[in-house]
Design a protein around this ligand. Sequence first.
Ligand SMILES: [Mg+2]
Length: 216
Amino acid sequence: MNLADKCFRAFLFDLDGTIVDTIDLIRESFRHASREVLGRQLPDEILMANVGQPLMTQMEQLGAEKAKQLYETYRRFNHSHHDELIRPYPGVGDLLGALSQRGARLAVVTSKSRDTVNMAFRSIPVEDYFDTVVSADDTDFHKPHPQPLMLAMRRLAAAPGETIYIGDSPFDIKAGQAAGVRTAAVGWGIFPPQRLKELEPDFYFEKPDEILKLCP
Ligand SMILES: [Mg+2]
């Protein structure tokens, strides 16, 4: 699809690895929980394989019978190291400002719980750019299920045909495809390009400002 042919009215964004750089924070939290609860540090590829889904779901996949302990140990570490390890992505604030200036409606659709979304926005103050935020607390089903995206579109009064979902994980692309919106994978997040491209997102972006070419 030609980039300039496509101007979207609603831009939905994933949060971790897309809007805020929480890669080190997530990795260190997983390593800590793995060491403390499982007595060994699993390889990062295994620890990070399901980032983008709700935390408890990820912990169940790591060690079902110790999921609750993993979850609590991860959260404790994550909260106490949050502000020192979270970082902004260069260019993302400018992108959000430019899109909202052009009249686009913006939303965050994340599998994070609302309390950790609030922590992220306290450190990286971009919340005002967004018309709405859908967190894991808002829906019964989560990415790759389309329900969170449907809720965001309802809140923005946007139809699937005028909406794009932008994220860094395979679950984002699958959720977008299930919701009938256009999808874009970003290359600055947690997942390697190959895992994203094999899902055939409509677009793949290496840098935030490339997204502005969708709506010149
Ligand atoms: Mg993400």
